[in-house]
Design a binder for this molecule. Structure first.
Ligand code: NAD
Ligand code: ZN
Length: 342
């Protein structure tokens, strides 16, 4: 089968013929149709320090996908050929304290599809049945392809009550954009999205933001007074990993505000802890998706009218992967998809 492989410990990716995955007794074999390019894939492509320390070479990469089941192992009863599925890319150990308690997203011994085990940028992917998610009939296949990052957005956005609340989202990357649509769907009042990229800020308006704010030219505080907010944001979703964005957020929260942090900082961030202590803020770190409450929430919100499709801005055939990766890295795109059919 064709697959995008990190074949050498060097920048780049290689489109190659590799053997089809073996299907274990607990596995589901998926014929991949569409995949999404994640920031993680860009790191693997450019071969930065994180990638060099993390990725075993050679490896088929990629973890955002939708496809159809073509074969199941002998222990698998509830998946059938033709089912439309995506998959949770974190494989948990099943035996640690958190796993045994049903808190699988807190497992400290996870493996990652397309990160430490073979991934989804391929014609076929084998995944344990415990990680396969059935889509509702008629699901938009492009939306289904990005359930993984959509799940990051939902996990973060629904960490705290947003009904009637004013929400600040720092970072209008694909995940921040989807989070804007989610909190809007979940009943937030004002949704302010910040970034330093005008293309992405324009998308934020399409995704339901009350205000899309370029922090190079306007302050979060000025929007607060424009919107006549009483004393600050009730909920903050940090989705940039940027130090200035986090400090902006801390300075603009209401007393008792709650912050969910998804963005991955690339450096240490200096913050004024007085703002956290005296304003009685709650900060919560977010990783991955809750298994499988986040997946349930995604499916039912899509069924009840949540539309995240404007975040998908570019589509390429897998053979055009170099162009697709350059587009995703270029900063003018939302989500970039690769098509694996034909
Ligand atoms: P992205 O890099 O596409 O988006 C980040 C955005 O932040 C960019 O549009 C950038 O212009 C913007 N930004 C930069 N400086 C800013 C500032 N001062 N104020 C406001 N915005 C600023 O990333 P993404 O794919 O949307 O993911 C969002 C973040 O979440 C990234 O940091 C990513 O690494 C992280 N992430 C975390 C998890 C997890 O499980 N915790 C999973 C996926 C991604
Ligand atoms: Zn575990």
């Amino acid at each position: 089968m064709k697959a995008l492989v990190k074949d050498k410990a060097a920048p780049g990716l290689w489109l190659m013929d590799v053997p089809e995955p073996e299907v274990g007794i607990n596995d589901v074999l998926v014929h991949v149709q569409k995949t999404g390019i994640c920031g993680t894939d860009l790191h693997i492509h450019s071969w930065d320090r994180w990638a060099q320390q993390t990725i075993p070479v050679p490896l088929v990469i990629g973890h955002e996908f939708v496809g159809e089941v073509v074969e199941v192992g002998s222990n698998v009863n509830d998946f059938r050929p033709g089912d439309v599925v995506s998959g949770e890319g974190h494989l948990v150990c099943g035996r640690c304290r958190n796993c045994m308690a049903g808190r699988r997203h807190l497992c400290s011994r996870t493996e990652g599809v397309g990160v430490t085990r073979p991934g989804a940028f391929a014609e076929y992917l084998a995944l344990p049945m415990t990680n396969v998610w059935h889509h509702a009939p008629g699901v938009d296949r492009e939306v289904a392809a990005i359930f993984d990052p959509f799940g990051n957005a939902v996990h973060t956005a629904l960490s705290f009550k947003v009904l009637g609340e004013d929400v600040l989202i720092t970072g209008a990357g694909p995940i921040g954009l989807m989070a804007a649509a989610v909190v809007r769907h979940a009943g937030a009042r004002h949704v302010v999205v910040t970034d330093v990229n005008e293309h992405r800020l324009a998308l934020a308006e399409q995704m339901g933001a009350t205000r899309a704010l370029d922090v190079r030219t306007a302050s979060v505080a000025s929007v607060q007074s424009e919107l006549r907010m009483q004393e600050g944001f009730d909920v903050g979703l940090e989705m940039s990993g940027n130090p200035a964005a986090l400090r902006d957020m801390l300075a603009n929260m209401a007393h008792g505000g709650r912050i969910a942090m998804l963005g991955i900082p690339t450096e240490e961030i200096l913050v004024d802890f007085n703002e956290i202590v005296f304003n009685m803020l709650t900060l919560k770190g977010i990783y991955g998706r809750e298994m499988y409450e986040t997946w349930y929430a995604m499916s039912v919100m899509v069924e009840s009218g949540l539309d995240i499709s404007p975040v998908i801005t570019h589509r390429f055939h897998y053979s055009e992967f170099e162009q697709a990766f350059a587009t995703a890295a270029g900063g003018r795109a939302g989500k970039v998809l690769l098509d694996w059919t034909e």
